[in-house]
Design a protein around this ligand. Structure first.
Ligand SMILES: *Cc1c(COP(=O)(O)O)cnc(C)c1O
Length: 396
């Protein structure tokens, strides 16, 4: 089918939930993708921080191809070897003792919310169910996770929303302290806010939050769906802070494009779940787990994290240089290859103009250009993005 015909058919039969660019992507390799007209793009979006090893990574292809021939799906009525292996890898390399597998970020957060409430009902005094989340956070689109998301624009039209969520400003410990009531059971936070424009809290924010939660006897949940799996140069972003949560959620890069989610917890908290409490038909199936094992092994063994750190700081330095040359750049910030450039103007046109020149970047929160490329990009890739950004920003 011709590109225009495909787009017309899409508009006819696919629900209108996304504003899409008028191209059809057909192939990817490393940090590059091609559209149906054969045009090549340097991809600094990576499926929104998903394809962190790059497109068509051979280790992931091999793992999925091998597994699909052996066993694809059997259900969690039985033990599944690749699930056990991936869980033990995640446990070995994180604070956590136990893992629950699902298929997306929102599902991982749903599981975290359910576990926190279950744990609270059984182990905390009084009736505790309320979860404090941050303004401008993003936790997903299911009813509970869109309610956890501290942004009205995602919630309008979906009333009644589930009870038990309270919002406070991000990066403000005393606001959390004031918001804690006798019904509070947990605080849920992204170590770096992604969707609202790569917002990084003060260095002492997470340690202070950990201490506050311990003092009040409530749980701390880190949503590392975007910041986790190597994105900031460490396997998990919380590692930079020297603190650990009680519960953590993962998704996006966990399967490098194979849909995977996970909710991790300490033994103490995880013990609130017993058979029958929570489940997912597809969660932890052999095919997805094979992808996940290939991802984590490649990430840890192949210099991916070092590259992320090195190229990330090079990129950030070059973005700072750009800021000196263009008055519209208000701020540049980020960690590893989770970077943002805040503008004093809307970013949509800039994203479009850069796309015409063969580069994908993304604009989030209206005026923040977000750069979340595969973690395998090199200096030349970064140089090209900087050159094109410089051109497109022109004299503004
Ligand atoms: C993307 C994202 C989610 C939602 O993940 P889905 O897989 O789209 O449900 C939740 N939290 C954060 C921080 C995210 O970046």
């Amino acid at each position: 089918m011709k590109t225009e015909e495909l787009i017309a058919l899409s508009d006819k039969c696919i629900m209108n939930t996304y504003r899409r660019f008028p191209i059809v992507l057909v192939r990817g390799d490393g940090a590059r993708v091609w559209d149906s007209d054969g045009k090549e793009y340097l991809d600094f979006v990576a499926g929104i921080a998903v394809c962190s090893l790059g497109h068509s990574h051979p280790a992931v292809i091999n793992a999925i191809s091998r597994q699909v021939e052996i066993l694809t799906h059997v259900s969690n009525l039985y033990y599944i070897e690749p699930q056990i292996i991936l869980a033990s890898r995640l446990v070995k390399h994180s604070f956590a003792d136990k893992v629950f597998f699902c298929n997306s970020g929102a599902e991982a957060n749903e599981a975290a919310i359910k576990l926190a409430r279950k744990y609270a009902h059984e182990n905390m005094e009084g009736d505790k169910y309320q979860i404090i989340t941050m303004e401008n956070s993003f936790h997903g689109r299911t009813l509970a996770t869109v309610t956890a998301t501290g942004q009205k624009k995602f919630q309008v039209g979906f009333d009644p929303l589930p009870e038990g969520f309270t919002y406070v400003p991000f990066n403000n410990i005393s606001a959390i302290e004031k918001a804690i009531t006798e019904s509070t059971c947990a605080v849920m936070v992204e170590p770096i806010q992604g969707e609202s424009g790569i917002r990084i809290p003060a260095d002492d924010y997470l340690p202070q939050l950990r201490k506050l939660c311990d003092d009040k006897g409530i749980l701390l949940i880190f949503d590392e769906i975007q910041s986790g799996m190597g994105r900031t140069g460490t396997l998990f972003a919380y590692e930079h802070s020297g603190t650990q949560p009680d519960i953590m959620t993962l998704a996006k890069a966990l399967g490098n494009g194979y849909p995977l989610g996970a909710m991790l917890a300490t033994d103490k908290v995880a013990s609130a779940f017993v058979p029958g409490n929570h489940a997912s038909t597809f969660g932890g199936n052999p095919l997805g787990m094979a992808a996940g094992i290939a991802v984590i092994d490649t990430m840890l063994d192949d210099g991916v994290l070092d590259n992320c750190k090195e190229i990330g700081s090079y990129f950030l330095k070059r973005l700072h240089n750009l800021k000196e040359r263009h008055a519209v750049i208000v701020d540049v910030r980020g960690k590893g290859l989770m970077l943002g450039m805040e503008l004093s103007i809307p970013g949509d046109d800039i994203v479009k103009n850069i796309m015409v020149k063969g580069i994908f970047i993304n604009c989030t929160n209206g005026n923040v250009l977000r750069f979340v490329p595969p973690l395998i990009v090199d200096r030349e890739d970064v140089d090209r993005v900087i050159t094109v950004l410089d051109e497109v920003l022109g004299s503004s």
